[in-house]
Every structure is written in C-alpha cells, then in structure tokens.
Design a protein around this ligand. Structure first.
Ligand code: NI
Length: 160
C-alpha cells in the first residue's frame, strides 16, 4: 500500500466525469487499498478516485463504522434534508454549509464486483452524496450556502 497525492481544487482532474469500472484488476485493488490508506492518513471520512488523479467511478467511505467501497455507485433514492458544514480533502482547511438529503439509498459494487445496496442517513448520506458528486466532476463548493470558513473557526471537522 502507498499514500497517493491528493489533488487540490483547481486541478482539472477534479472537474472531469469518471469512467465506470468494468472489472477488478490488481491495479484497481491496489488503488482501493491506497485510497483507504490516503483517506485515513488525512483523517477524512471519504475519498473519491479522481481526488488521487484516477478518473474511475470508485469511492471509499469510513464515517467511523468501518470502511466501505462503492464502485460504480448509483443513487436510487433520497429523502429529507440536512444542512450542515462539509469539507473536502481537496480543499484542506476549509468548510462550508451545504444542504444534502438526510437519507440516501445507493446501489454499488464492492471490491469483488458483487452488487449491493447501502442505505445511509445523516453523515453517511452526506458522505455518499459528496463522494458521488466527485465522480461527476463536482465539488461541494458549487453548493455552498454563504462563505467558506476556516476550519480553525469550527469546533469539529469532517473532510471527505
Ligand atoms: Ni471531497
């Protein structure tokens, strides 16, 4: 496993549409391992492949309940609303207020290309939406209500 370099906002790779994964190759397995290692090293709760420069539809999430891999994720259903601070490892040190669904149901494939359904509420719902947006070249900053603030002015931070 190895740490990957996190691409920062302004890097064109973060604005591109990512391609579907067709099969798990050793390179993809290594990428997934590296994404987890990189996310944990940065104390993030989520990371999408384009954030390490790879234009593939792969996301890793860990909100403190164990690591989850979402390959080719497809959001099937959302409901409710939550408004709160959100950050991103591609924009270190900043946070902004974003409104997201409070419930998300997503279909994806795991690291063995087995299809599964994941339901998430609260932070998990927010993380799924945030990371899936990365796969379509979108940063949370497009949705921020008001100004970005510096994390030292926040009591807690959760970057994805
Ligand atoms: Ni992000």
């Amino acid at each position: 496993m190895a740490l990957r370099t996190i691409r920062l906002q302004g890097d064109p790779v973060l604005e591109k549409h990512c391609k579907e994964v067709k099969e798990i190759t050793p390179r993809i397995s290594d990428l997934i391992d590296d994404m987890f290692e990189t996310m944990y090293a940065e104390s993030g709760v989520g990371l999408a492949a384009p954030q390490v420069g790879i234009l593939k539809r792969i996301v890793v999430i860990d909100i403190g309940e164990g690591g989850i891999v979402l390959i080719n994720p497809e959001i099937l259903e959302t409901s409710g609303e939550q408004t709160g601070y959100e950050g991103c490892l591609s924009l270190p040190g900043k946070s902004g207020v974003v409104t997201r669904p409070d419930y998300v149901k997503v279909k994806a494939f795991d690291e063995n290309m087995e299809e599964f359904i994941l339901e998430g509420t609260e932070l998990m719902a927010r993380a799924i939406c945030h990371e899936c947006d990365h796969l379509d070249g979108k940063m949370y900053t497009e949705m921020v209500e008001g100004d970005l603030i510096n994390n030292e002015d926040l009591s807690s931070e959760e970057d994805a």
